[in-house]
Design a binder for this molecule. Sequence first.
Ligand code: BGC
Length: 676
Amino acid sequence: MNIPELLQQLTLEEKAGLCSGGDFWHTKAVERLGIPAMMMSDGPHGLRKQDEQGDHMGVNDSIKAVCFPAGCATASSFDRELVERMGKALGNECQAENVGVLLGPAVNIKRSPLCGRNFEYYSEDPYVAGEMATYFIRGVQSQDVGTSIKHFYANNQEHRRMSSSSEMSERTAREIYLAAFERPIRKAKPWTVMCSYNPVNGVYASENKHLLNDILRNELGFDGVIVSDWGAVKHRAKSLKAGIDLAMPYSADYEKQLTDWYEKGLIGEDDLDRSVGKLRELAEKYRSAVSRRRVTMTEEQKHELAVRAAEESAVLLKNDDDILPVCRDKRIAVIGGFAENPEFQGGGSSRVNAKAAQTLCDCLKQLGFNADFALGYMIRYNILTPFGIRYAVETAAKNDCAVVCVGNTWLTEKEETDRFSLKLNPAAEDLILDVAQVNPNVIVVIYAGSAVDVSAFEGKVKAILYMGYCGEGANEAAADLISGRVSPCGKLAETFPKCLEDTATAERRGNGYTERYPEGGLVGYKYYEYNGIAPAYPFGYGLSYTTFRYGDMQVKKLGKTDYYISFSVQNVGRHAAAEIVQVYISDDASMVTRPKKELVAFGKKHLEVGETCTFGFKLTERDFAYFSPVLNKFYVENGTFTISVGASSADIRAELVVRVHGDAPKAVRVHRNTYF
Ligand code: BGC
């Protein structure tokens, strides 16, 4: 039956029913007309399918599933192909469990390092977030399982997420917060988009016609289903008019509001039919996918992929005297509750019921190390409490080096609340300092979902390996990296500031009603660079066990605003390893405030010792543009731009100036400064 025929046969009640959930996780079926109910489950870094009682805060149990590295970690891998493979594995898992849509990826920008859900999000940079999401969606959807890119948009804090309005200029929205969604929506075509809880510039995202209809539908050309976050709809009829096709989860009120408003003539048949048509298309996609179901990956294969992904995601922050990798003849003291039972994901709706990670001591022993374990602190009710410090210090003193494992628990990094501090728990900091007093060779391993202030111990230890929330393969990966079986290659997708006071958002916590974004588009590294604030570890930074030599950059002009740049990179060190290269653009003389640098491309290649490879990137108009609210479009100024190639945002290896023939300079009003 085609859609017009179907619409004729559905009653008003059935149409209203289809536009909200059937229960907590399913869409509603209309069996007499062959419309199936379809299950949706969280996401994003594992499958949280709840068979029994549903909840959206990760409270009740879900089925056992593989926990892959969370978005914070996979973004540090800068590895598109890896993220796509993870997506495929997740899609496969959804197929096995008959889940039609996986609720992810989560692409909100990390505006403040304190946001409780930063661990789920990719980056402070919209290009990185957008690229990762694009490949994640492609991976999942290649398995005939849908995705729900979320939370659209400007959900950048958990504090009062249901009420606080994110207030920003149009230019800021387009260049940063919307940009993270734009790329994946255009390139990967997710089956659904999930709106956020918060208002944007005073109007709830779920009732924001400008956002959902004018931008998402008309400008970005999104033609799938727009679904609400769970409970984000305040008034079903208003949200339908704004563009929400499906309000989740089930609520009798939603259906009643729709039929009441219809009867009063406040919503029309067209409003309902538009959404019902979209939902029917989704149901058809799901039905045809079910008939092609093929489950191809075993649990072991998925776990193995989770370990590989964790290895690619870890970032080596410090490595004095090349203490890492540790030779097999060295005796290692492994210290800290996290070594035994590491936290490898945050709390809330994304929390996967995964198997426990192996202990780090066991993993090191399997690789042939002589390792002794001491607890140092216990994790009780998710709080680190000092325990057996004396024994930990004695164990450290007896061994050649001490690996101290610390981090944040899921009570610190979770949905619904933000962190209050960038510091680790004092028990963890004290333990590191105590151990450093008796052993000069301390290696700190951190398991956390966002930036950490390491100033308390950084000067006292030789190495810091940041694992992130890297999934159930956490300790297998950490052991491989410590032993040198694999060289670290991850680079930070978010800046680690020296302290909270240095961040753009340090002072502000909104009043619960509004959260202004006065820093405009100067988010993350763009803010620190513009204001001359040196971070502890810059965006794009990460050490390796080897050294890479960058060759000169070549540039070829392809058109008015199109260039092709290329350069070589050689592994001139003593370990095989991967290098992540970054390309930034700066407008040399702009009439408006612009960041000193903007990331426009990145690439990654694994190189054997001595091997050389060539990276090539095409840069196009949008890479040079800023958003002009006056013209309502991305606009390129005439003039010179610097293209820089870096190993990080602060480690530029090659630079070139090009003259770009952008749009002819119009009246000066075009250049009104509208960032802030
Ligand atoms: C979260 C979403 C999640 C949904 C369903 C909400 O609380 O914000 O990310 O997909 O619950 O669990």
